[in-house]
Write a protein that binds this ligand. Sequence first.
Ligand code: NAD
Length: 458
Amino acid sequence: MQIINPATEAVIASIETDAPEIILTLYQTARKSQPQWAKVPLKARIDAIRRFDALLEKNADDLATTLTSEMGKPIWQSHNELNGARARVQYFIENSEKWLGEEWMTTDEMLGEKISYEPLGVIGNISAWNYPYLVGVNVFIPALIAGNAVLYKPSEYTTLTGLKIEQLLHEAGIPADIFQVVTGGKEAGEAMLDLPLDGYFFTGSHKTGKYIYERVASKMVPCQMELGGKDPLYVTADNQNIEQVAIAAVEGAFYNGGQSCCAVERIYVHKDVYKPFVEAFIAESAKWKVGDPMLKDTMIGPLVRKEQVTFLQQQVGRSLLKGARIVFGEERWEGLGYFFIPTVVTDVNHTMRLMTEESFGPVIGIQKVKSDTEAVNLMLDTQYGLTAAVYSDNYSHAEPILAQMNTGTVYWNCCDRVSARLPWSGRKHSGLGSTLSYHGIRAFVKPKAYHLRGKYQR
Ligand code: NAD
């Protein structure tokens, strides 16, 4: 498999992919070693993760450069991602003991009832390329702390990053059999679906997620899905500082080139503030410099895949045929690299795919609405359910709108944000189950109920 730098189109590495028989061997060694790992005291497993965190800090420059060169994210955003991943790792270090320890529910003299939490066993983590450090640590860190073995398949677009993660985890003291990288694309993922794993944890598109969910259903093991979105942002009429709102919305739409699961993908603006909002949005968009992701002042790097450039051009092109207008970013990128100039489209509606289908790029549609009710109806008009944001000067105005959203996350005066303290979960086509918070710690264990009648020991 050739690893291509999407900014230069140069081949930067050539990697041997794992054939199904190799993946089976990886699984067998993991299966054999996992009970030993589960017996290592929880504190010692956490200590290994603490050493991993220190290694992330020590190797930050190398890790950020690797990610930027194979995936195209601006270098400062790669550093941000690493810092964000470290914050999550620290959350797991600090909170796992609390949520994985035994819980006594009754301690009557002759009747004890307790819950213990046992690891699932050997789990598979099939992952995405857009935030490999962030979405990776959401899964493999709590899984390892809980005593599981992990077969981790990074996306084929971030294989080098995945291999660096593996190297550092081993250096930190996670046994080689307990965390193993599977290299390859779809075929390697398919081979993992054939194994008798004890859980599947997937991050990626709805299309692949649905396929995997159906494919492993008969195994009757946990199957968690973190999938895509078409996340709305609504700007209410009562906003006084519309410029600030526009700056935040541009960041929500274009950070990481719009390739975030919770990127702002569609914007609704109340008619009373529509004109100044669109003007401020265009002015801010002009500041998002596109170019070499290794340069410190680049705001938008290339897309990861060449085909994605065509996909976005078609999505925008189709909306123009239905009456939409490009108000910023009409020109196309000339030269090498899979770049896409950020594009702002107005006069849009829900007959256009631009407003209903995940774009996953620096493209945004802005729709004018007459009322909160119209905005709410449009926000709810989607198969997805990841996040929804409302910008308003008054919480009492925003709160009833947030309450109506059928999404795992809602935001007031912020967007495109994830916190390790809160569950990260999608509804409908955006996913199943939660990572992060205590929900994302307990996701990697199974409870065992002890009913103890007689003289028991605590
Ligand atoms: P993708 O679905 O194309 O690929 C994801 C992973 O699945 C890759 O590792 C790929 O090799 C593997 N895969 C592909 N086909 C497979 C098959 N048949 N069997 C087994 N494995 C298979 O997604 P992507 O392009 O890597 O990621 C982008 C998507 O991920 C977007 O939709 C984005 O919104 C979503 N995402 C969601 C979250 C979240 O937290 N909800 C986070 C990041 C990304």
